[in-house]
Design a protein around this ligand. Structure first.
Ligand SMILES: C[S@@+](CC[C@H](N)C(=O)[O-])C[C@H]1O[C@@H](n2cnc3c(N)ncnc32)[C@H](O)[C@@H]1O
Length: 290
């Protein structure tokens, strides 16, 4: 029975889905009337990063676009840095804010992602491979290499589902880099798993149940191990490599943001801890202050 199920799943997801999806999205894109930014979404065999389904890519792109739009004063010709760009999902959400005179630069530790993005997206967008080590994504690279961007050079920094893969040392190093490259009053949009009061309430629920908001069990999101003996960075016991899923507590966020002159403008609560919200992870909107 198990073997039959495996064959069925293989056929459904690796054959039918991957063959039908490019045909479907080719046809579907001809019917997109009012959301030009969805035209660049890659086909299933090329989609990667935190989301896989075409519907989910579109949904996340819409959410991010709205969050960013709602928190900007100037909305065009912006210089945007996308940290951990993966397969370029965020680019589809911010494309409109680049305009004619702005720029988009995506950086990632995975060379394969950068090579894919360079091939798939128009040449006016920049993609740069960084040699930094991440124990989950790039275990064979060096450690904590500073970004090759000037101080005060970006209007916006985005990072979707990236700090959720950074240990304490890397998180702090990278937050300082965000602050360094942002212009004064520039904004950062960064997602986290934030261990706050909602998380404490979540732990009191029946954790063996499936989530009301996503397709995994609640147990998947219990952060009960200290990441490399950190007091404020945690990971779940189902993984051996902490960087596969990292959450931080209030002290971690407060310390990082205060020390790097980033002020929290807004916190969108993540549905991962069973509270209603706009996105699965917590999204923090930060502003660089003097
Ligand atoms: C879950 S994926 C998210 C990708 C993309 N932001 C998205 O939402 O589809 C995490 C990405 O962060 C990248 N990453 C991990 N550590 C990084 C680091 N230190 N610097 C830059 N990118 C990193 C990974 O290679 C991976 O592409």
């Amino acid at each position: 029975m198990k073997i039959l199920n495996k064959i069925k799943n293989f056929l459904l997801f690796n054959i039918f889905y991957k063959v039908l999806d490019p045909i479907y999205i080719f046809l579907d894109k001809r019917h997109i009337r009012r959301s030009k930014n969805l035209q660049m979404i890659p086909a299933a065999f090329l989609r990667r990063g935190g989301a896989y389904s075409y519907a989910e890519w579109s949904y996340i792109i819409g959410i991010l676009h709205t969050i960013i739009e709602n928190n900007l004063i100037n909305k065009s010709n912006l210089k945007i840095l996308d940290v951990g760009c993966g397969g370029g999902l965020v680019l589809n959400a911010v494309n409109e804010f680049v305009g004619k005179n702005g720029s988009y630069t995506g950086i990632d530790v995975m060379k394969s992602e950068i090579d894919f993005c360079k091939k798939h997206y128009p040449k006016k967008f920049n993609f740069v491979h960084v040699e930094t080590k991440n124990n989950y994504y790039s275990p064979n690279q060096e450690k904590n290499i500073a970004w090759k961007f000037s101080n005060d050079s970006f209007d916006i920094v985005t990072a979707l589902s990236v700090w959720t893969h950074l240990n304490e040392v890397d998180s702090k190093f990278y937050i300082n880099e965000v602050s360094r490259v942002l212009k004064i009053n520039g904004k950062a949009f960064i997602s986290f798993f934030s261990l706050d009061n909602d998380y404490e309430n979540f732990l009191k629920k029946d954790l063996n149940l499936k989530s009301n908001f996503h397709n995994q069990t609640r147990l998947q999101y219990v952060y009960n191990e200290r990441a490399y003996d950190s007091n404020n960075w945690f990971y779940p016991s189902w993984t051996k490599v902490p960087e596969r899923a990292i959450a931080v507590n209030h002290t971690a966020l407060k310390d990082m943001f205060e020390k790097s002159n980033l002020r929290i403008i807004k916190h969108y609560k993540g549905t991962w801890k069973e509270v209603p919200g706009v996105f699965f992870q917590d999204i923090f909107v930060l502003e660089k202050i003097l």
